[in-house]
Design a protein around this ligand. Sequence first.
Ligand code: AR6
Length: 168
Amino acid sequence: MDIQLLRGDITRVEVEAIVNAANSGLFGGGGVDGAIHRAGGSAIMEECKIIRSKQGGCPTGQAVFTSAGNMPYRYVIHTVGPVWRGGADGEPELLKACYTNSLKLADELNIISLAFPNISTGVYGYPKQLAAEMAIDAVGSYRSKSIRQVVFVCFDEENYSLYQQLIS
Ligand code: AR6
């Protein structure tokens, strides 16, 4: 798998599918979740409602998918990162599971290229250095059937420079 790094807005990256850092109710919100729902329009929220009524949302560490609405992607994969509570509450395993379960779902959907935001590093408060190390480790150790390219999309400068140091 080719791993790339970009600074910017995940709704403007050229890939087949993008990952959203959602909440377990799939209610939408701020940060990258808000940006994705704004860019994709109401169709994504309608599909989230259906998932909520069928299975009650998406547990932390798991992943579900919807269409991408108005965005030119095949899918949005919604995963739910852990809220940082000091690190002894299963946060590292749950963050790793977000990446691995999103990759597994992308494989099932025959996705060739996938973009990730820096899950949990906004309002969920996960330390950025630890999250970047986990993200790169999880993606780097995953053996994919269909995915050829993974793009880490960093919105803020701090994450971008952390990823630059870890990837180069
Ligand atoms: N493109 C890429 N990354 C972005 C964008 C964007 N347009 N906007 C922000 N980021 P957060 P979390 C980065 O808070 O910590 C939501 O309200 C941002 O710089 O979006 O997993 C959900 O509904 C940060 O590095 O997600 C949940 O309730 C990263 O995205 C909750 O926040 C993640 O920040 C999830 O919290």
